[in-house]
Write a protein that binds this ligand. Structure first.
Ligand code: FES
Ligand SMILES: [Fe+2]
Length: 352
């Protein structure tokens, strides 16, 4: 966690893109988790993800054409179906026998659910089921076909570890998020106390009631309760339940490489009229997330000098948990054993 880069975790599902970014017949190429990925949506509506390298001479396939069924490489016209298997080599002479099914560019397990495209990155070619992660996580209180009402994404020039620390850092808001509409500065820090419990791939801040004076949450109808879960490979899921409406927020950290991370924020809200406020809501989300983005750029200047960093109790205890859970996961994977969560239930106290 000290430096500019962080080890990437394989064997888990990652948020690749919002489904609405891919219209039928369209492709989208990205480096994700260190791999060259070409996503697409076939004419029949199904999404797919293949390795963006032509097995013939290595040119990225995204330079080619996609007709809604197969991708044609721009260099010699070989065609690949959406599972990454070669289906045509135009240069073969008549009668020339070649088993095209053996020529593959490789593909990634890919699911579209609740409006998100998730991709599974295997450690050693294992399937999601073999890795014990048959499906990507589901957002509570919303059906499979319900997409997010709000979404923003900003690229962070930092490793997934530093992005994760920022995400689970309860004491930076008074200094970093100092907009007039959120916090007005670090003048009035208050004591906080929250209960935490381990979960399958991380931990949760146990469900608790929000103060009734909280204006944003009044929209949902008081009383309002919230539960916040943090889990590998860098997900924060906040589920807010009010008397009238429910909302679920997802912050997803998707590393592009060991030192670059995409930060997505999504919101599902059961109140349909909230869509009217989409432009203003997404603007505020972007202002807020941009404050975090700017901090990590400044932090980089210091990290270049390889300082020894500190994590203190209890303000940084969750950052410690992130490293403990990640290390335990990577060790279990290396030893070929099932992951066991090393955390125990705990109450944390800090001022923020
Ligand atoms: S490099 Fe792709 S067809 Fe030759
Ligand atoms: Fe923040």
């Amino acid at each position: 966690m000290q430096g500019l880069t962080a080890e990437l975790i394989k064997g888990l599902w990652y948020v690749a893109a919002p489904g609405r970014d891919l219209k039928p017949g369209k492709m989208l190429n990205k480096t994700l988790v260190g791999e060259p990925v070409l996503m697409g949506r076939a004419a029949n509506g199904e999404v797919f993800a293949i390795r963006d390298v032509c097995p013939h001479r290595g040119i990225p396939l995204h330079y080619g054409q996609f007709d809604g069924q197969s991708i044609q490489c721009c260099y010699h016209g070989w065609r690949f179906d959406t599972s990454g298997t070669c289906v045509e080599i135009p240069s073969l002479r008549e009668g020339q026998q070649m088993d095209l099914a053996k020529i593959k560019c490789g593909s990634y397990p890919c699911r579209e659910r609740q409006g998100l495209i998730w991709i599974f990155f295997a450690k050693n070619g294992e399937t999601p089921a073999e890795a014990g992660q048959p499906e990507p996580p589901a957002m509570p209180d919303f059906a499979d076909e319900v997409g997010p009402r709000f979404h923003i994404m900003l690229p962070f020039h930092c490793s997934v570890d530093h992005a994760a620390f920022g995400l689970m850092d309860p004491t930076h808001a008074a200094y970093v998020h100092t907009s007039w509409w959120f916090k007005k500065g670090a003048k009035k820090l208050r004591p906080k106390e929250k209960k935490f419990a381990p979960s399958e791939l991380g931990w949760s801040m146990v469900r608790h009631e929000l103060p009734p004076q909280n204006i944003a949450y009044k929209i949902l109808g008081t009383p309002v309760t919230t539960e916040i879960s943090y889990m590998l490979p860098g997900l924060r899921i906040e589920n807010i339940r009010g008397a009238k409406y429910q909302a679920t927020g997802l912050t997803a950290l998707t590393p592009l490489s060991e030192g670059e991370t995409e930060v997505h924020q999504f919101f599902w809200v059961s109140a349909g009229w909230m869509s009217t406020f989409k432009p203003i809501f997404e603007h505020l989300m972007r202002v807020f997330l941009d404050q975090d983005r700017r901090v990590v750029i400044q932090q980089r200047e210091g990290l270049m000098h390889q300082p020894n960093l500190m994590l203190i109790n209890d303000a940084d205890t969750q950052a410690r948990w992130w490293m403990r859970v990640k290390d335990a996961f990577l060790k279990a994977q290396a030893d070929g054993k099932p992951f066991e969560n090393p955390l125990r239930p705990m109450t944390l106290r800090w001022r923020s």
